[in-house]
Design a protein around this ligand. Structure first.
Ligand code: NAD
Length: 254
């Protein structure tokens, strides 16, 4: 892959206002792409766009991925601004450690609707444009989509769903449209800091996460973005239905 390999490519990143999504937006722009940035509110998107700096003109694509209407409207905004779509990155998501007993219906609906339903309906709305361009999709799943972890049952259900949805869609959409996922371990973003069980000091929570992966550190958003760009690139043209682990070895075995 060379620096400007995505020159002229049209990219939509959901959850692009922060964390892994924002790092992905920046990496695609640095590689020459035009990027539509989604966040839940117009304000959060405007703030993120204002801070992007020089580069190809970004497109605002606000909308709540937890509703089908929100998915439709954010994809419409992206298509109107970009004039088509080559690459879709589904990064919008929420995470919090909650026990089974404390996971009520509202929590279940919130996590599943944003992480799983949103990923499906954004992709469904973008599909005609992706078929036109022979484009591809990269979903941000999680190591929690490959293995369980305590106090993360609902989150694991959502991300396990994203991994299998990726594989099923890859089969159905091949050879026109490739669909892949990355499965990050803990990554240093606002989500991780906000995900600690209530009452546990964030520093202690972070230290625990740091020591558990064989690589003995937490991932960086830029490392996740680099893998997204690889999977979206023609160099990865023979890869579809993959769930690429980026977790410092934590799902390699015990
Ligand atoms: N940070 C980690 O440790 C980690 C690990 C594995 C997987 N992930 C996954 O990576 C993705 C990005 O996480 P992050 O760490 O960058 O989190 P983050 O909290 O920094 O960013 C999440 C983004 O999702 C957006 N979002 C949330 N709800 C939304 C909604 N209803 N509609 C539209 N946008 C919405 C937020 O506005 C934000 O831009 C998520 O899917 C997350 O589950 C993160």
């Amino acid at each position: 892959m060379v620096a400007r390999d995505f020159e002229g490519k049209r990219v939509l990143v959901t959850g692009g206002t922060r964390g892994i999504g924002l790092a992905t937006v920046k990496a695609f722009r640095a590689a020459g792409a035009r990027v539509a940035v989604n966040g839940r509110t117009a304000e959060s998107v405007a703030k993120a766009l204002a801070e992007l700096g020089p580069g190809p003109e970004p497109v605002a694509a606000p909308g709540d991925v937890s509703t089908v209407a929100g998915c439709r409207s954010l994809v419409d905004a992206a298509l109107a601004g970009l004039g088509g779509l080559d690459i879709l990155v589904n990064s919008a998501g929420v995470f919090r450690e909650v026990t089974v007993e404390d996971s009520d219906e509202a929590f279940w609906d919130q996590v599943i609707d944003i992480n799983l339903k949103g990923c499906f309906f954004v992709t469904r709305a973008a599909l005609p444009a992706l078929r036109d361009s022979g484009g591809n999709v990269v979903n941000i799943a999680s190591e929690s989509g490959l293995q369980g972890s305590p106090r993360c049952t609902v989150y694991c259900a959502s991300k396990g769903g994203v991994v299998l949805m990726t594989r099923a869609m890859a089969l159905e959409l091949a050879p026109q449209v490739r669909v892949n996922a990355i499965c990050p371990g803990p990554v240093d973003t606002d989500m991780l800091w906000g995900g600690a069980p209530s009452g546990q000091a964030s520093q202690a929570y972070f230290a625990g996460l740091q020591s558990y992966a064989p690589m003995k550190r937490i991932g960086r958003a830029e490392e996740m973005a680099a893998a997204v760009l690889y999977l979206a690139h023609p160099d990865a043209g023979f890869i579809t239905g993959a769930a690429l682990s980026l977790d410092g070895g934590s799902t390699a075995g015990r």
